[in-house]
Write a protein that binds this ligand. Structure first.
Ligand code: HEC
Ligand code: HEC
Ligand code: HEC
Length: 142
């Protein structure tokens, strides 16, 4: 009995946690409809479409990225589809000098929503935040 109750509590906790996640992920989108808060101006990626369905990416890009990282770092699997380098390449935003901006710029693709949603990521302490430069090197320029 006690055991059963415990698992019910755990399932409830899990459901609440999942609902919370979905809530946060939706928050950016729903603000557009629900309020007059200015919606972030998200630069469009190149090409026709993202590596997954756009709506899916809006909500789950963090999971996709972290899975890719774990696959690469722990299992040595390297695929291009969810590589951070590919995201950066296709989502490069040209600056005034037409050179892609770094993460130091508020116009950087990855900051377009994050600044708005107060999300902080440290990925670009190590990873290049614009195309064609190796890991780490870029971080020093920030
Ligand atoms: C080949 C080019 C390409 C690659 C590679 C790519 N994207 Fe995209 N991405 C796009 C395009 C184009 C759109 C807009 C699609 C649309 O409007 O339906 C988009 C949309 C998005 C959006 C939603 C933006 C919005 O307007 O709400 C997110 C988030 C995103 N991409 C993240 C990523 C991440 C993270 C990666 C790497 C894992 C990645 N993308 C790789 C082209 C790309
Ligand atoms: C302390 C430095 C550091 C930080 C911070 C960091 N990474 Fe990495 N990451 C690495 C290194 C080193 C590799 C292995 C490089 C390789 O094998 O290409 C790697 C590999 C990856 C890969 C697999 C290679 C690729 O491009 O697909 C992904 C995806 C990735 N990291 C995503 C992230 C994300 C997302 C964040 C932020 C939440 C992050 N990393 C933060 C150092 C870091
Ligand atoms: C369409 C808006 C949007 C774009 C564009 C976007 N993000 Fe996000 N990102 C979010 C939101 C909203 C969250 C918080 C969601 C949550 O906590 O569940 C988030 C969370 C994350 C997280 C997890 C942070 C944490 O501490 O849990 C990572 C990693 C991340 N994003 C990486 C990226 C990268 C890398 C890019 C650029 C390639 C990017 N994001 C572009 C909206 C976006």
């Amino acid at each position: 009995m006690a055991r059963r109750r415990k698992s019910i509590v755990m399932i409830a906790a899990l459901l609440i946690a999942l609902a919370g996640l979905a809530f946060v992920a939706n928050a950016v989108e729903e603000d557009v409809v629900a309020s007059r808060v200015p919606y972030p101006d998200i630069p469009r990626g190149q090409g026709e479409s993202c590596v997954e369905d756009t709506d899916f990416m809006r909500r789950y890009h963090m999971t996709v990225l972290l899975h890719q990282r774990d696959d690469t770092m722990l299992k040595g699997i390297r695929s291009k589809q969810h590589s951070l380098k590919e995201c950066i390449a296709c989502h490069a935003v040209p600056g005034a000098d037409s050179i892609p901006v770094t993460f130091a710029s508020p116009n950087h693709f990855c900051r377009s929503c994050h600044d708005y949603a107060a999300v902080e990521i440290d990925c670009f302490d190590c990873h290049a935040s614009r195309p064609d430069s190796g890991l780490v090197a870029e971080a020093r320029e920030k």
